[in-house]
Design a protein around this ligand. Structure first.
Ligand SMILES: Cc1cc2nc3c(=O)[nH]c(=O)nc-3n(C[C@H](O)[C@H](O)[C@H](O)COP(=O)(O)OP(=O)(O)OC[C@H]3O[C@@H](n4cnc5c(N)ncnc54)[C@H](O)[C@@H]3O)c2cc1C
Length: 330
């Protein structure tokens, strides 16, 4: 038997997370579905280490720290949160929606909020990844730069063929003991000359045509060395405490057309109440389009509030359009 909700939020980026808090603050029963294993959307994918300066109340905050606070806030009233599961199907049945995820989870909900951003980004691994021996270490190698303190004074190996790998290396060289880039190609994709020059001037070690071969672990399962095949196909072993990879991203867009949601150039057109063309389905954040739309974190917050309030009104037409949190928590 499927669990029933007032609101299903699709996407656990900053917009979806804030919507989850706001809707549960308004006592709605909420489920949030996020395709990635981690919450935080684009902010965690592209800018966890960067400082953000245009969020009200935070003179400066790193992407990772912002998302950490947002998750804490979103969980305050305990919404159901599903991660690592992509929403595939949306059907309207009588006055409610039946949602089905890739993992076969079935959800019944009175309203839906699409906070999908431009879609779910999945990270690629280097070609040789599948040939590496299976280990729990292999599956836990990060594909974003987070938890910065853990790189302090460490030997860091970055397996990457693109500009992200260069930028991580340039950023980490200040705090790490040593930074080595293993690039299985002979160039860095999308890298600007300026980035290549900074890399060349730095003491970062770069190996081209270098293919990962093995991870050597200590008795406590922590990393001790990385083995790679060099340009001549010979094995080389380097000391390593941390490994990161970035071999590009693949975008999995939500199948809006199949769900009956109208889009223009990939974006959902909404009215001033964040309503889509389908009664009961709202949208907010980077995925929406309306005159004057800005793709900023703060715009997503405001749009989430409008969408949630009007989803609430749809379910309970007698309710107030908005409430002050200072009144709710009196
Ligand atoms: C390089 C860069 C710098 C930026 N700098 C700033 C800045 O300084 N200030 C600022 O305000 N903004 C900045 N932004 C913009 C900001 O990151 C976005 O506006 C914001 O992250 C959008 O949040 P969102 O939740 O709407 O979408 P997203 O963050 O894209 O989240 C959408 C989520 O939905 C998930 N999803 C998609 N489809 C499905 C599905 N079918 N099922 C389940 N889950 C799904 C995705 O996996 C993703 O996690 C920057 C963006 C970039 C790329």
């Amino acid at each position: 038997m499927s669990e029933k909700f007032d609101l299903a939020i699709v996407g656990g980026g900053t917009t979806g997370l804030f919507a989850a808090y706001y809707a549960t603050m308004r006592q709605m029963k909420v489920v949030l579905i996020e395709a990635q294993d981690q919450l935080g959307g684009k902010v965690m994918q592209f800018l966890p280490e960067k400082m953000i300066y245009d969020i009200g109340g935070f003179p400066d905050v790193s992407g990772e720290a912002l998302v950490e606070q947002m998750i804490k806030q979103a969980k305050r009233h305990k919404p159901k949160i599903l991660t690592g599961d992509f929403l595939e199907q949306v059907d309207k049945i009588d006055e409610q929606f039946r949602l089905v995820t890739a993992k076969g989870e079935e959800i019944l909900t009175k309203t839906v909020l699409l906070a999908t951003g431009t879609g779910a980004f999945h990270t690629r691994r280097p070609e040789e990844w599948n040939e590496l021996p299976e280990s729990s270490f292999k599956t836990s190698v990060p594909t974003t730069l987070m938890d910065m303190d853990s790189y302090q004074g460490r030997n860091v190996i970055i397996a990457s063929n693109n500009k992200v790998g260069i930028n991580w290396a340039l950023y980490l060289k200040e705090m790490a003991s040593k930074v080595v880039i293993l690039n299985s190609n002979d160039t860095f994709l999308q890298a600007k000359q300026e980035e290549l020059d900074l890399l060349a001037e730095s003491d970062i070690e770069v190996h081209f045509h270098a293919r990962l071969y093995d991870f050597l672990l200590k008795n406590d399962d922590k990393l001790s060395h990385v083995v790679f095949l060099n340009e001549d196909g010979h094995k080389e072993t380097i000391e390593a405490d941390k490994v990161l990879t970035h071999y590009g991203l693949e975008l999995q867009a939500a199948p809006f057309e199949k769900w009956g949601i109208e889009t223009t150039k990939g974006r959902i057109s909404v009215d001033h109440l964040m309503k889509t063309n389908m009664e009961g389905i709202f949208a907010a954040g980077d995925i929406v389009q309306y005159p004057g739309k800005t793709t900023l974190i703060a715009s997503g917050y405001s749009e989430a509030i409008t969408a949630v309030n009007h989803a609430h009104l749809l379910i309970d037409p007698g309710t107030t359009e908005q409430l002050y949190s200072t009144v709710i928590y009196r």
